[in-house]
Every structure is written in structure tokens, then in C-alpha cells.
Design a protein around this ligand. Structure first.
Ligand code: FES
Length: 292
């Protein structure tokens, strides 16, 4: 009975879609259809160059549709209005059938306006603005170890002394790391994954959330102490943000050692510090127990 009801519901929709496709086929009959592959095939279209310079995308999922629609609008506009700058409303009306789930609208609108105003005519290559940190050459890693292999041998409490330095942990800060860990820790604050929003708030880029920072501080400890180490407490203070395109180096040393009454484990306190190219990102103490 339920299935029959569903069919009764879907049928009109299917009929509607079939009619719509048929009418679109009729509308396209005898006409040439240009897809995104056809735009900029020989040389980049002004809209494509403008999208690059105005950072008009994040994940890029919606970009082909926006490029095709914006290029069509641009060509119509230039044919009738020359290099006048279209208003946000005029651009919005032209692109209204498209959605960007990443919210890259500021870049999209400014790109289309600039292209229509003729700022990207002629010339093949585009100069990406210096505010794009990824313009910097990727640093050659050379023989520097990024992160030591985590130990699978658990340290014994008696093997550790106050003043012991832990091996450094270097974390490469990428947009993927920052966004993925925010989502993985169910922190949907836009500053951790929405570049447009965070730039509107005056930050150069998305930045790492405290849950991820605390997680890396924990990893720093267990990579050194081993799988039987039990972290009891973490007191973390955040300093400068962890923005992408750089690295965070975590270092630390044992500051306290305390026998446990039961005698089979002991408690250690480790002072931890994480720095990036802007300064101290994390500062704090972690307490853990180790078997004797
Ligand atoms: S850039 Fe991601 S959906 Fe638009």
C-alpha cells in the first residue's frame, strides 16, 4: 500500500522531469551547447582568470556551473554594456540558479564584476595576489624529520627523570588538516572551515580549533611514552592561531615525578609548548601515569 502511494507521488514528478528535459532538448535543438570544458580551451576566459585572482572557490564543487553561467553573463554584458561594472544585484540575478555550499560568494561576485569591467582582458597569465600564502615556494623538507615514529614500547616510570626533554613533534599545517579535524571534532564554527567568513572577520585564513590542538598535545605525549601511558589531565592555553601553510613544532620536558600509592604506576607532569611562525600557539601541562 505504502509503495503504491509512493508511486502515485513520484509519477507526477517523473512526468514533470520528462517534460522539462524534452522541452530543454527542443530548446537546444540546432544550437551549440558549451560546457565548462569548452570555456578557456585555447586561452583562459576573463571570468576564469578573475575567479583565480579573487579566490572565488573553496572546494570547487560548484565552480564549473558558476564559470559557465558567469562567462555567458560576461559575454552578454560586454556586448551591451561594454566595461561598465554590473551591480551585485545584476550579477546575483544572472547567477541565481547556482548554489555554493562553501559560501564563496564574495569572491564569486567580485570576480564577475571585475571581469565584466575588463580587468582581465588580454594577456594569458594572471598574477595571484601576494595574500595567497600558497604562492610561497613550498619549503624543501630536506632530511629534517617531520615526526618521529611513535613508540610501541611503553616507557617505564623508573626510566624517566625530571628535566627529560621529549622528542619534538612537527605538524604540517594544511587547509585539509585544519578543516578535517574541525569537522572530525564536530566543531562547526565557520572560522575553522569557511575562509570567506573568517577573512571577513579579519583573519588571513581558517585556523585550528582547540580540540585538535589538545589532541596533538596528547599525541606528542603518547608518541614518546607509548601505548600504556594514561593521560590524566591536560591544561592548555592557546596563543596565536594555527593558520595553514606552515608548521607547528611541539616540544616539552618532564617537570614533576610522583610515586603512586599503589606502587605499580607513577605520575609525571610534562610542560608542553607548541610554536608556529607567528609565535606560541599552545602552552600548558599534561599529567600522565606510567607503569613501573
Ligand atoms: S566552492 Fe565549494 S560549493 Fe562552491
Amino acid at each position: 500500500m505504502k509503495r503504491a502511494a509512493l508511486c502515485l507521488l513520484l509519477l507526477p514528478f517523473a512526468l514533470f522531469m520528462a517534460t522539462k528535459i524534452r522541452s530543454q532538448n527542443r530548446a537546444a535543438a540546432g544550437k551549440s551547447v558549451t560546457t565548462v570544458e569548452g570555456i578557456g580551451a585555447s586561452s583562459l576566459h576573463p571570468v576564469q582568470k578573475a575567479f583565480m585572482v579573487h579566490d572565488a572557490l573553496q572546494c570547487g564543487f560548484c565552480t564549473p556551473g558558476f564559470i559557465v553561467e558567469a562567462a555567458a553573463f560576461h559575454d552578454r554584458w560586454r556586448a551591451t554594456k561594454g566595461t561598465a561594472t554590473p551591480s551585485r544585484e545584476e550579477i546575483g540575478a544572472a547567477l541565481s540558479g547556482h548554489l555554493c555550499r562553501c559560501g564563496a560568494y564574495d569572491g564569486i561576485f567580485s570576480a564577475v564584476a571585475a571581469a565584466c569591467a575588463g580587468q582581465f582582458d588580454g594577456g594569458e597569465s594572471v598574477e595571484l595576489p601576494s595574500s595567497f600564502p600558497w604562492k610561497e615556494p613550498i619549503e624543501e623538507l630536506g632530511d629534517r624529520t617531520i615526526a618521529p615514529e611513535p613508540t610501541w614500547e611503553t616507557l617505564r616510570f623508573d626510566q624517566v627523570a625530571v628535566g627529560d626533554e621529549l622528542p619534538k613533534l612537527v605538524i604540517e599545517l594544511t587547509p585539509t588538516l585544519i578543516i578535517a579535524t574541525a569537522i572530525a571534532t564536530q566543531d562547526y564554527q565557520d572560522v575553522h572551515h569557511d575562509r570567506d567568513m573568517v577573512q571577513r572577520r579579519g583573519h588571513p585564513d581558517v585556523f585550528m580549533n582547540i580540540l585538535t590542538t589538545t589532541g596533538f598535545a596528547g599525541r606528542f605525549i603518547t608518541d614518546w611514552a607509548g601505548p600504556e601511558a594514561l593521560i590524566q589531565a591536560a591544561g592548555i592555553r592557546l596563543g596565536v592561531p594555527n593558520y595553514p601553510y606552515g608548521e607547528m613544532t611541539i616540544s616539552g620536558r618532564v617537570t614533576e615525578r610522583e610515586e603512586q600509592p599503589t606502587g605499580d604506576r607513577g605520575t609525571l607532569t610534562v610542560e608542553v609548548r607548541g610554536v608556529n611562525k607567528l609565535g606560541t600557539h599552545l602552552d600548558g601541562q599534561l599529567t600522565l601515569t606510567l607503569p613501573r
